[in-house]
Ligand binder design. Structure first.
Ligand code: ATP
Ligand code: LTN
Length: 334
């Protein structure tokens, strides 16, 4: 008797810099606990990384780093398919077809496009505008059931759902309409210097983001200099966005509730609270960093992971692509 196939999840990160605590708490940490329940596809979306200015050698370095950090965070390559988007034929092909079903106005309305294109000195290329269509292709190429992402990607996912429905309606039922899966704790980690913006790996100011590979000294320094307010009470409140962000991080790292943390640190003063958070972060990241250092040295292992991942992904991608081409009216290759 054949087993019912597991539902499929797919999600990715861009190798556009070093992974941050935001990437970990909002995304990767949650993916690692899905390995048993789901068939998991984790593309590293390197084609997305070139939509903003970049240096080729840095992209290559960040791609290896991202892969090794995925594995060190617990994404077991024996239980998931980790691969590079650029190594699988189909992402860009499908993206073209989907782009012909996407009104340009919808792309102009995407918050991420507006944010990135309005940064001083940004070159607004067509790839940046079409970014969400490529993301929709990543998801639909594998017929993913669920897409676990941080809250910042909700709008892109909604667009991917619309595109899937539009394709199904225009041609015939082809794609599953993917469901977002957004974690409650850690869904949006904010910048340590400007808690109105999300923590991002492409931030210019190094004090804004904790990087997963930061040294204990750097972690403490960044936490101690995180922007707070002129009050002294450690309490979750909308008018205290800096402290709220630190409480959120503390809770996500330790699994303790915010109320519990408020009870312990409410009157202790910001210095004591921040030092306790730095201790917790350093202790949490230490075993991860040790695993990372071993993995990043072993290029043969890393290449093997990518090869296996790409093989499985490619087989599925070709299957979907053939179906899509047929439905879109292209003549099949003899
Ligand atoms: P960039 O700064 O280059 O735009 P990024 O770090 O914002 O990069 P990705 O690497 O593409 O974005 O994100 C990978 C995953 O991490 C996504 O699921 C995204 O939702 C999540 N993520 C990114 N930043 C945060 C954050 N500050 N809080 C929670 N989740 C986040
Ligand atoms: N747009 C996402 C990265 C991304 C992605 C995907 C996430 C590209 N393709 C497919 C989930 C599924 C980001 O900026 N974080």
């Amino acid at each position: 008797m054949s087993e019912t196939p597991k539902p499929l999840i797919l999600t990715g990160a861009k190798p556009s810099g070093e992974l941050t605590l935001g990437n970990y708490l909002g995304a990767i940490k949650n993916w690692a606990i899905m390995l048993e329940e789901y068939e998991c596809f984790f593309p590293i979306v390197d084609l997305h990384a070139i939509t903003v200015g970049y240096v080729p050698a840095e992209l290559r370095k960040h791609t290896y780093q991202c892969l090794a950090q995925y594995i060190a965070c617990g994404l077991d390559p024996q239980k998931s398919h980790i691969f590079l988007q650029s190594q699988v034929i189909g992402h860009t092909e499908l993206s073209w077809i989907l782009s012909c079903l996407t009104p340009v106005g919808e792309l102009h309305r995407m918050t991420q496009f507006k944010d990135k294109s309005s940064k001083p000195g940004a070159s607004v290329n067509a790839g940046l505008l079409f970014y969400p269509v490529l993301m929709a292709a990543d998801i639909l190429l594998y017929n993913a059931d669920r897409v676990p992402v941080g809250e910042d990607q909700k709008q892109h996912l909604e667009l991917a759902r619309n595109i899937a429905q539009r394709f199904n309606h225009t041609y015939s039922e082809t794609f599953k309409v993917p469901e977002p899966y957004i974690p409650r704790a850690g869904a949006r980690i904010m910048s340590l210097q400007d808690p109105s913006r999300k923590m991002s790996k492409s931030d210019e100011n190094p004090g804004e983001a904790i990087l997963l590979l930061d040294s204990p000294q750097a972690i403490r320094k960044k936490i101690l200099s995180a922007v707070t307010d002129s009050d002294t009470e450690v309490r979750m409140a909308p008018e205290k966005p800096g402290i709220a962000n630190l409480l959120n991080i503390f809770s996500a790292i330790t699994g303790r509730s915010v109320e519990d943390l408020e009870r312990e640190f409410g009157d202790s003063g910001y210095g004591t609270f921040k030092n306790a958070l730095a201790d917790a972060l350093i202790a949490h990241l230490e075993p991860f960093q040790e695993r990372y250092r071993e993995i990043i040295e072993d290029k043969t292992f890393l290449h093997g992971v990518l090869k296996e991942g790409a093989e499985v992904a490619q087989a599925r991608a070709f299957k979907t692509l053939r179906k899509v081409y047929r439905k879109a009216g292209f003549v099949e290759r003899a």
